[in-house]
Design a protein around this ligand. Structure first.
Ligand SMILES: NC(=O)c1ccc[n+]([C@@H]2O[C@H](COP(=O)([O-])OP(=O)(O)OC[C@H]3O[C@@H](n4cnc5c(N)ncnc54)[C@H](OP(=O)(O)O)[C@@H]3O)[C@@H](O)[C@H]2O)c1
Length: 419
């Protein structure tokens, strides 16, 4: 019975629990001798804690699942003391110390650990340094929060002033980034003309819009942007003139995994939407922008445009072509004296949408569609010509793009093999 109970308690609770081997490593790190009975107590405590505390996500989850060794425990101990006091590893280490202190043998062991004169000074120095570091980090964090709060307020005001009352065309608005952009634009008081392909999901979108009473502010034009001229026909069908549109977010895009060469059809399909579809959308609106003397085209490219990727050659190449076409278009408009027609090229890293497969690395590096939509619209409202995010992914891409091709092939080729 006792054995069965002990086995149950030894079970590893996802992200919170600690198996016997982990407990033994932690005891070695703490200078205590392990005891299976005490491990049961620790496991029971962690089970209760897991029920009342949220499971860590992203980097925290990765840390929680790290195999404990002497080095990693040292790092985890310091890291959770300084930066993540609510992390499962802090609870695990504290629980072991507390349980051993309550146990007569553990207590004797803990009392027996000699604290030399030098050791006392070292402890004192460590505690002071920790407190000082906490103070500095806390101050920096507080300043960061205050700045972010002020910037968010200013960014939102600017975004609202820029988009409210305007009519914005969004392609690929059924899901993912396009849907998040449309929702945010609606919340800013913008009229949205959504360009979507005919699909079963369309009916649901129509009824959602009707339920929200947004028919007047959210019009749906049904067109496949890869078909030349389909967009103009679709706009005419719903009675929208290109002259009524102030801006466009050219977002529709597809990604097909296929290795090169021998992918004629896949290559054509991807370029058909990502390059020709995007340029066709711009061409349908630019004459009206020229007549009016202003307008704003926001193109959704990708950070993938900076280098190749295994099985994503067609997608990355299409985004490279799009980015260069957009840059050239901005130059042409400038040379024509059309500075008031704005061009923004958006190069996001990973966004959590149907286009991206899930995984630990993706969870860590990706932003959600709502955050991406906010970044894009705030960037556009500031008049930025280029918008890249998130910061970590952008920095990694810049470093990778600067490497010689041979090294890139070796490093990025491996990324896929590991999956
Ligand atoms: N997700 C990322 O990590 C990421 C990163 C960088 C850049 N981007 C870019 O962001 C844009 C949006 O991507 P997403 O992540 O939101 O992808 P998604 O969830 O797959 O959505 C793509 C959207 O494009 C529409 N679309 C595809 N082909 C179309 C066509 N021929 N005509 C009209 N609409 C079409 C889709 O409509 P249906 O529902 O009819 O298929 C869908 O609404 C794309 O340009 C993508 O390349 C994405």
């Amino acid at each position: 019975m006792d054995e069965a109970k002990s086995q149950t308690l030894s079970l590893n609770i996802p992200n919170w629990g600690m198996d016997l081997a982990g407990y033994e490593s932690a005891c070695r790190y703490l200078g205590l001798s392990s005891d299976p009975t005490l491990h049961d107590k620790v496991a029971r405590y962690l089970l209760l804690t897991a029920a009342t505390h949220p499971s860590p996500t992203g980097f925290g989850r990765w840390l929680a699942e790290l195999r404990p060794g002497r080095l990693s425990l040292g790092f985890l101990d310091v890291w959770t003391r300084l930066l993540m006091p609510s992390h499962p590893w802090r609870y695990r280490l504290n629980a072991i110390l507390a349980v051993h202190e309550c146990d007569p043998r553990g207590f004797r062991e803990m009392m027996a650990q000699p604290e030399s004169r030098i050791g006392t000074w070292l402890s004192f120095a460590r505690i002071s340094a920790t407190a000082f570091l906490n103070l500095i980090l806390g101050g920096v964090w507080l300043c960061g929060q205050a700045c972010a709060y002020a910037a968010t307020g200013r960014g939102l005001r600017r975004e609202r002033a820029y988009f409210a009352g305007k009519t914005v065309l969004v392609t690929g608005a059924t899901r993912g980034l396009g849907l998040a952009l449309s929702a945010r634009l609606l919340s800013l008081g913008t009229n949205v003309v959504a360009v979507v392909r005919a699909s079963p999901a369309l009916e649901a979108l129509h009824s959602q819009i009707a339920d929200a009473g947004l028919e007047k502010r959210f019009q749906i034009a049904t067109a496949d942007v890869a078909i030349h001229g389909a967009l103009s026909t679709a706009l005419a069908e719903i009675g929208v003139d290109a002259a009524d549109i102030d801006m466009a977010v050219i977002n529709a895009g597809i990604k097909e995994e296929s290795s090169l060469p021998g992918t004629d059809e896949a290559l054509k399909r991807v370029f058909g939407v990502n390059v020709f579809g995007a340029m066709d959308t711009a061409a349908a609106l630019l004459p009206a922008f020229r007549v009016r003397g202003r307008g704003h085209l926001i193109f959704i490219s990708s950070l993938g445009r900076w280098h190749g990727m295994p099985a994503s050659g067609s997608y990355n190449a299409s985004k490279a072509a799009l980015s260069l076409l957009v840059e050239s278009l901005a130059m042409d408009l400038r040379n024509d004296g059309r500075k008031a027609i704005r061009i923004t090229s958006v190069e996001p890293g990973l966004i959590r949408t149907g286009m991206v497969a899930g995984g630990t690395l993706q969870d860590l590096l990706a932003v959600d569609a709502e955050t991406a939509a906010r970044n894009i619209l705030q960037c556009a409202a500031r008049g930025c010509q280029i918008c890249r995010f998130p910061f970590l992914f952008t920095s990694m891409t810049a470093m990778i793009a600067a490497l010689p091709m041979g090294l890139r092939v070796r490093i990025l080729g491996r990324v896929r093999n590991r999956k």
